[in-house]
Ligand binder design. Structure first.
Ligand code: ADP
Ligand code: ADP
Length: 213
């Protein structure tokens, strides 16, 4: 039974741009799905719709995750500027009833220990990105949605984040990650959705994609 079903989703922005056209696919639990495609292909739009941040113009997104939750890290910054790094992550832990020990684990994983007490307003872009990832990773979720989580991270940090996501998928979560880095995707994802000008061009296991390429 799929944990996530995207059914005939079309998104037309007020500007008239049709970012997604009739996109349908389903994802099973335990999948690490990479959403790939060129700039402007519709990756962020798709992930924002799956996260519930924006609504499709038509079509539906259904999650079958019981009492589980969806956690997301959008590409555009959504942190609370007046809170510290630690408080930003703690906020999600509180909302989800997650033990605070998880906050410290995430701070360490993302190498944010040194800036934990600094206000979000005063940290670097790369650090901000990691705070967003931390907010998505701090709690258990049935579905994780991360928009370009490794962009702007150094390779070692990116590898750690992907390793972490792989472990979450192995534990039964569904993980959606957008990427324009096919190499990284080959190494970590189990399945792939390829978007091209808003249309779904392929949905297949990564191993099959590599053979075809
Ligand atoms: P990707 O993440 O693959 O680069 P996006 O989903 O960001 O693609 O963008 C798909 C298309 O929709 C692009 O043409 C982009 O300019 C447009 N677009 C994205 N967000 C908006 C928005 N909020 N308003 C209008 N057009 C948008
Ligand atoms: P990407 O296309 O890789 O998502 P962008 O820098 O183009 O990166 O977009 C960043 C954010 O800005 C997107 O998540 C989207 O919400 C918004 N955006 C993108 N294109 C447009 C657009 N043409 N008009 C308004 N907002 C946009």
């Amino acid at each position: 039974m799929p944990s996530l079903t995207v059914d005939h989703v079309t998104k037309r922005y007020r500007t008239g741009t049709e970012a997604l056209t009739d996109v349908s696919f389903a994802v099973e639990p335990g999948t690490l799905l990479a959403v790939v495609g060129h700039n402007g292909a519709g990756k962020s739009t798709l992930l924002n719709i799956v996260s519930g941040l924006i609504r499709p113009t038509s079509g539906t997104v259904a999650t079958d995750i019981g009492r589980g939750r969806v956690l997301w890290a959008p590409q555009r910054t959504m942190v609370d500027w007046s809170l510290t790094v630690r408080q930003n992550i703690e906020l999600v832990a509180r909302l989800t009833g997650t033990p605070v020990a998880a906050v410290d684990r995430v701070l360490e994983l993302l190498d944010l220990d040194k800036v934990r007490s600094r206000q979000a307003e005063y940290i670097s872009g790369g650090q901000l990105q990691r705070v967003q990832i931390g907010r998505a990773l701090v709690a258990d979720a049935a579905v994780y949605v991360l928009d370009e989580p490794t962009a702007g991270l150094d390779p070692a940090a990116g590898e750690l984040v992907m390793e972490h996501l792989r472990a979450r998928a192995a534990a039964g979560s569904t993980v959606l990650v957008s990427s324009h880095d096919l190499d990284a995707v080959e190494r970590t994802a189990s399945d792939l959705v390829l978007l091209d000008e808003g249309r779904l061009r392929a949905h297949l296991p990564v191993a099959e994609f590599v053979r075809r390429a």
